[in-house]
Design a protein around this ligand. Structure first.
Ligand SMILES: C[S@@+](CC[C@H](N)C(=O)[O-])C[C@H]1O[C@@H](n2cnc3c(N)ncnc32)[C@H](O)[C@@H]1O
Length: 243
């Protein structure tokens, strides 16, 4: 195990946060390319499906947390239109720098567990492949719920473990053998060993849904993609949505 991996797995709070931040800084330049290789470019379609669950209208206000290189901001902009207000936040500046080169949206350096946002500001909040990496998932869900307007919608897209036994075995082989080797081709073995392992250690669909409910979200649902290797969790904050 490398020092970075050890820090991510064996530390908590600020030390884990800083190890994860460093890992994403390291993979920022190759993140988009490796993402497309590993998902056969399907990740764009998955983000569109996730954004659809937010039921955004023209002029709405949306926030993408853990925005990374900004790919969620593209379907979000389509959904809220030119009059909509859109922000992407991430705690890793090199990832935001890549986003800046790609989109013209507002971007801000911020931690998902402590967002510099007043209460009830957004009609929709998305997180893609981010919740898995935060040091405290309950705290992140509480924070994301706090900044949603009443009736606002939340979506989280992330990797999952297939429920089908054969598919689970196949995805273990991909996670343990294929992904680290592809990462190694780009000199990013540590990150692409950690990322699939973090999926295996991640909360189950039911645990994630329960965390969202504890945060005060209602109508929590989830939907599998890619034979259960990817899962979209979505929910809404109680109250009536403003038109
Ligand atoms: C796997 S990338 C996903 C990026 C993007 N959402 C996408 O759809 O491609 C995870 C991102 O989450 C960010 N991240 C991880 N933990 C975070 C935290 N506690 N606060 C803010 N961003 C965080 C990382 O910096 C990284 O950019």
């Amino acid at each position: 195990m490398t020092k970075v991996e050890e820090a991510i797995w064996t530390t908590e709070g600020a030390r884990k946060r800083s190890a994860v931040q460093g890992m994403f800084a390291d993979i920022a330049p190759t993140y988009d390319l490796i993402n497309s290789i590993l998902s056969f470019a399907l990740h764009h379609r998955w983000r569109r499906s996730a954004v659809a669950t937010l039921q955004l209208k023209r002029g709405y206000r949306a926030l993408d947390v853990c925005c990374g290189t900004g790919d969620f901001l593209i379907p979000l902009r389509k959904a809220v239109g030119v009059d909509g207000f859109l922000v992407g936040m991430d705690f890793c500046q090199p990832m935001l720098d890549r986003a800046q080169a790609k989109v013209t949206e507002n971007l801000s350096l911020a931690d998902a567990c402590n967002l510099p946002v007043a209460n009830e500001q957004f009609d929709g909040v998305s997180v893609g492949w981010g919740i898995r990496n935060v040091p405290d998932i309950d705290q992140a869900h509480q924070e994301l719920t706090r900044i949603l307007k009443p009736g606002g919608r939340f979506v989280s897209l992330d990797m999952a473990i297939p429920t089908n036994k054969l598919m689970r075995r196949a995805s273990e082989i991909v996670a343990n053998k294929v992904v680290p080797r592809i990462g190694a081709l780009f000199g990013k073995t540590t990150a692409y060993t950690y990322l699939p392992k973090s999926t295996q250690a991640f909360s189950t669909r039911e645990q994630l849904a329960a965390s969202m409910q504890r945060a005060g979200l209602i109508d929590v649902r989830y939907r599998d993609l890619l034979f259960g290797n990817v899962c979209i969790h979505y929910a809404r904050k109680p109250g009536a949505r403003q038109a």
